[in-house]
Design a protein around this ligand. Structure first.
Ligand code: 5AD
Ligand code: SF4
Length: 574
């Protein structure tokens, strides 16, 4: 048997056990194996499943994950280990964000936990997939259920309700969730009272399949139906299947008091709008999340103020298209035109909202995502220039560098118009970092059109990019109108080409920082050494430097001495 048993039979009390774990987990991951030494110690020898467990830990600790949804705890041999050890491990090592990768890729399948655990009551296990918006929604869900007596857990075995907050953006995102649901079936067999539910973007499209054909879940709730969750869970408990996938023109969850699922306690996300009206031909979001609606700015400001008072030092305002934010009293944006000139002048647009949030406190950094090239105004850039605490970083998805592809994508801008926005950023915010999203192999994309993307990347010189192969989504304009006709090998080759090019650009952009002094907001210990801390610059660049007396939440001036394509290294300037 593995050594964990020995620790217990040595006569350790729970408190001693905690202390031992705390001490041992101070040692960091082994660089060569990628394993945390304490897990090597605790994992039963010779069990292949342990690797899964370790990957999951690694991923949640911010270490590089080999990918995929890991089934820690489900693997029978690890069950006792997971049940006893996980809560103690996480108590000793609060999970942190992966410092170098986009949150939406590194935290897929993360089980989320309320920062402050409430006492007894039913236990909710909540796992999130997809974009930051979805992770933010999970905080709303946890909050709504906490009000109804639920507490959160990371231990699947003690949960009464398991909810997966799902993503539908690409086929592989959906596939991950299906695999996960099948795994959860084993748990349900052993505990028939367990409620398993699917939330979020897959809900509408797959409700019948999940409930009836595949019988994978008891409950399905769409992104606008979270207030109904307590009653949906009660319905399941009374022996029925429960569904609510209605999309709303009004729901913004503005009044839901914010809860923070495990994060670093320094940066938090605030959802400022929901849905999307853009109808890009590749995108499933308008179908999964419905029409665009903006949240009352007063509730946004209140949430940001509360976060600052609780010690947070960075907020990211979230929306599918933040530049389109417009609040004039509630409801869909298209009704704005019907208002009187006076009512229209009282409205709050995104440029104004940014200023309002920035004025809460100069020590509160303000970020936002995602911008839309068709809607981004100079007024927004001017707001950014006027406040040093509005971070100089813009994520401006281009999707393709070819005007003909952009036209098929129904993006609402051409290459020249996109480049005009880049020129405006460079003019108004000379020190601004820019990142983008790119899709390789969209319907009908020729080699020449692909080369247009390559040339645009060279023209802009992005600091980062998130790059994807095109994946056809049901119901979308592209699925109805075009053939997904770029061969898989070409898509893959083009993707590899643009990834390689972006790696070069990221390195080049980081090299430009060498010798500069930058201001870093510390987020936590470095993933490689607990003698170092890491944080970000205003431009969202990760900086690692010696820890000294610094702690999360400190603003530190750092002089950069070296870099990789992903990280800047430096020394603090006292
Ligand atoms: N296939 C591939 N990538 C997609 N994205 C959105 N829809 C698809 C799709 N069908 C990408 C876009 C978007 C990002 C969030 O995901 O680049 O900006
Ligand atoms: Fe987010 Fe879009 Fe995925 Fe929904 S489908 S979770 S909005 S990325």
């Amino acid at each position: 048997m593995h050594k964990r048993t020995n620790v217990r039979t040595n006569g350790c009390t729970d408190a001693q056990m905690r202390e031992q774990i705390r001490k041992r987990t101070k040692t960091r991951m082994n660089k060569n194996t990628g394993l945390h030494p304490v897990l090597g110690y605790f994992a039963p020898s010779g069990l292949g499943g342990a690797t899964h467990l370790i990957k999951k830990y690694s991923c949640m600790r911010g270490y590089p994950c080999q990918g995929g949804v890991c089934d820690y705890g489900l693997w029978a041999g690890l069950q006792p280990l997971a049940a006893d050890f996980l809560p103690l491990y996480f108590e000793a090592n609060p999970p942190m964000k992966h410092p170098q990768e986009p949150l939406d890729e590194s935290r897929q399948g993360e089980a989320l936990l309320l920062n402050s655990e409430q006492g007894a009551g039913k236990k909710l296990y909540l796992e999130s997939y997809g974009c930051q918006m979805n992770f933010s929604d999970s905080e709303i869900v946890a909050s709504l259920l906490a009000e109804n007596g639920f507490s959160t857990t990371r231990n699947l075995y003690e949960s009464d309700v398991i909810l997966l907050n799902t993503c539908a953006i690409r086929e592989n995102a959906e596939q991950r969730v299906r695999t996960r649901l099948r795994e959860l079936q084993h748990l349900k067999k052993g505990k028939p009272s367990l409620v398993v539910g699917v939330l979020g973007c897959m809900a509408e499209r797959l409700k019948d399949k999940f409930l009836e054909e595949e019988k994978l879940v008891d409950l399905v709730a769409g992104p606008d139906a979270y207030r109904a969750l307590p009653s949906l869970i009660a319905e399941v408990e009374s022996g029925q299947k429960a569904v609510n996938v209605l999309l709303s023109l009004e729901e913004t969850y503005a009044d839901v008091s914010p809860v923070r699922l495990t994060g670093n306690g320094i940066s938090a996300f605030i959802s400022i709008m929901r849905g999307c009206d853009n109808m890009c031909s590749f995108c499933v979001v308008p179908f999964t999340r419905g029409r665009e609606r903006s949240r009352d700015p007063h509730s946004i400001l209140q949430e940001a103020r509360d976060l600052f008072d609780a010690g947070y030092r960075e907020v990211t305002l979230l929306g599918q298209n933040v530049d389109s934010y417009l609040f004039y009293g509630g409801g869909p944006k298209k009704e704005f035109k019907a208002l009187s000139p006076e009512e229209q002048s009282n409205a709050v647009n995104f440029a104004k909202l940014l200023r309002m949030v920035a004025e809460i406190n100069p020590q509160l950094r303000v970020r936002f995502t995602t911008s839309n090239p068709g809607d981004m105004t100079d007024a927004v850039l001017e707001s950014m220039a006027a406040y040093s605490n509005i971070c100089k970083y813009i994520h401006l998805p281009v999707q393709s560098g070819s005007t003909s592809v952009l036209d098929r994508m129904n993006r609402g801008y051409n290459r020249e118009q996109y480049m005009d926005r880049i020129a405006a950023i460079r003019r108004i915010l000379p020190d601004c970092a820019i990142s983008t999203d790119i899709i390789a192999g969209f319907c009908g994309e020729t080699e020449e059109e692909h080369q247009d993307t390559v040339s645009l990347m060279n023209e802009v010189g992005y600091d980062y990019a998130y790059m994807f192969e095109y994946s056809e989504r049901p119901k979308t304009l592209a699925a109805r109108k075009f053939k997904d006709d770029v061969p898989a090998e070409s898509k893959n080759r083009r993707l590899k080409e643009i990834i390689a090019l972006q790696t070069e650009w990221s390195k080049r952009r980081n090299e430009e920082e060498l010798g500069k002094e930058v201001e870093v907001l510390v987020e936590g210990l470095s993933k490689k050494s607990d003698q170092d801390v890491f944080g970000r610059t205003s431009q969202y660049k990760v900086v690692v430097f010696p820890k000294k007396h610094y702690k999360a939440g400190d603003y530190v001036r750092v002089k950069i001495h070296s870099c990789t394509s992903a990280t800047l290294l430096g020394n603090s300037i006292e």
